[in-house]
Design a protein around this ligand. Structure first.
Ligand code: ADP
Ligand code: MG
Length: 248
């Protein structure tokens, strides 16, 4: 097991947002995290990377056990070094070029020399089809292009796993496909990915396992095909029905 989270709990102001969530990920798994708005998906991802402090819970990553509540800075740094995040709104620096956005984590973050960082960045940008835009600024790009740059920025850090939080939700419909195509290619290349998404086709055809959450709990989890073909819980069935209707 590459990553295993267990019994993750989190409250905000007395309101339980994560009520003992867990997850197991093998190397190369693409896990779709599904669930209605407000079910705790973002909070869960953020807790796994210590962007949010869980109230309790454990994370086993590469054989090392971390307490999600009490982990110290050095431990957090070890987890973060192996993980990367792709956000809904890309979070690119608007005053920096594409190339600068992708190199920054390597130079400022990892202390790499500029030339070496740029070589890695260009390779990462090639993988997402953005190597012809090195000198562009984010505002000169479409949302789909910006998100592909954000994915390149994640790739450049050579993470063991990438967390995606609704990577296509902010995009115009005609731009969603190019981002999903990049993600599908990463999946085929064996990248381990944890993806919060409402894209049913991606969840069904690209991800190999699904975690369906509601109200801070895991309602159902298992192989993606089985989840969509034969959901076991009434709430899962309702959710899939709603996804289908939203798409039509
Ligand atoms: N920083 C925060 N402070 C207070 N409440 C929060 C905070 N972040 C999230 N919440 C609440 O936690 C619940 C789950 O949010 P979230 O994890 O964003 O759900 P999802 O990503 O599934 O839509 C929501 O009710 C949300 O309002
Ligand atoms: Mg969210």
């Amino acid at each position: 097991m590459m990553l295993e989270a267990a019994d993750v709990k989190k409250q905000f102001g007395g309101h339980t947002v994560l009520d003992g969530i867990g997850l197991k990920v093998e190397k190369g798994d693409v896990t779709a995290i599904l669930g209605p708005s407000g079910s705790g998906k973002t909070t869960f991802l953020r807790c796994l990377n210590f962007l949010e402090r869980a109230d309790s819970g454990t994370l086993i990553f590469d054989g090392e056990t971390f307490d999600l509540h009490t982990a110290r800075k050095v431990e957090i740094a070890r987890v973060r070094k192996k993980t990367a995040f792709v956000f809904q709104n890309y979070n690119l620096f608007l005053n920096k070029t594409v190339l600068q956005n992708v190199t920054l984590g390597l130079t400022a973050g990892a202390g790499m020399k500029k030339d070496a960082a740029e070589q890695i960045a260009v390779k990462a940008l090639e993988r997402v089809g953005m190597a012809d835009k090195l000198k562009s600024y984010p505002v000169q790009l479409s949302g789909g292009q910006q998100q592909r740059v954000a994915i390149a920025r994640a790739l450049a850090m050579e993470p063991e796993i990438i967390y995606f939080d609704e990577p296509t939700s902010a995009l115009d419909p005609e731009l969603i496909g190019e981002v999903l195509a990049v993600m599908r290619q990463l999946a085929e290349d064996g990248m381990t990915m944890l993806v919060v998404t409402h894209e049913m086709d991606f969840a069904r055809n690209v991800s190999n396992q699904v975690l369906f959450m509601d109200g801070g709990k895991v309602i159902e989890s298992g192989p993606s095909r089985a989840f969509f073909a034969d959901p076991q819980q009434e709430r899962s069935r309702e959710f899939i029905r709603a996804l289908r209707e939203a798409r039509e």
